[in-house]
Design a protein around this ligand. Sequence first.
Ligand code: C2E
Ligand code: MG
Ligand code: MG
Ligand code: MG
Length: 288
Amino acid sequence: RAKSAGGNRFELADPEADARAITRHGLTTALPTALERGEFFIEYQPLVHLGDGSVRGAEALVRWLHPQHGVLGPDRFIPLAEHTGLIVPLGRWVLEQSVRQAREWRELHGGVEAVGPLRINVNLSPCQLTHPGLVQDTVDILERAGVEPDALCLEVTESALIGADDDLLKPLRRLAEMGVDIALDDFGTGYSNLANLRRLPVSILKLDRSFTQSMQQFPADPVDLKIVEGIVSLAHSLDLAVTVEGVETGAQAEQLRILGCDTAQGWYYARPGPPERLHELALVDAAG
Ligand code: C2E
Ligand code: MG
Ligand code: MG
Ligand code: MG
């Protein structure tokens, strides 16, 4: 069973201290060349099956090793990358690296037959959704790596799809038809009409961390319990799997498991870390 075990990971810089030290302008000028300078790297955080505790895959989370300011988390530079257009090549790079990583994990332990190959989750920014190359780039990347589409899950935030018209949904539909899973990230933070879910080509809801936080006490607030229970039952009746984010304690994991959530992610299991770490966790897991 995967348990948190620090060590072997990068610390993110303190966002508040950094905010004072780094001007927005400074980052914006360094950003365009950061990709070619190889300053980005990816950490992977395991996705764990709540029923049996097995590692089923990982979410890829990008970081920027800034030459002066150290490691910056995505909240510091993704908005800038979206603003400057770098998000398209950066997003493609993250996808390519992650899919190749998934391929490597599969080669390293084809032995985990019971749970199948480790899956890889990659975040997509709204700007990538409107970029005409998305579907073809994804097909090419999967083919080059020799990875099946059903090993890939693309995460799109609920807010990016609110009020989405058909043009925006078309590329996602094509990817879903190919077998790529689409997850609705940070679900519950936007104001999307639940009935709207039927229209979206998604197969996974990622319940926002705020719900997990409200499961801190045991027993949790009865109203919060009802809300999560309702979301899970609606999701399951629509054939959607439910993943929960931000699980930090065993009590939360247990509560969310009882509520019927399928998969969990959070510091309780492991922090985001280098790919070898994920591989170790999955192997320990397979060994029993
Ligand atoms: P997200 O997709 O919702 O990712 C989950 C975030 O929660 C990650 O923050 C992760 O490190 C953090 N987290 C995981 N477990 C816990 C926990 O138990 N407690 C707490 N407090 N936090 C936890 P991170 O890495 O800072 O990423 C922030 C956001 O940046 C992501 O939110 C995602 O929206 C975006 N992002 C990350 N990588 C990429 C990328 O390659 N492309 C795009 N477009 N966005 C990305
Ligand atoms: Mg995500
Ligand atoms: Mg999320
Ligand atoms: Mg989130």
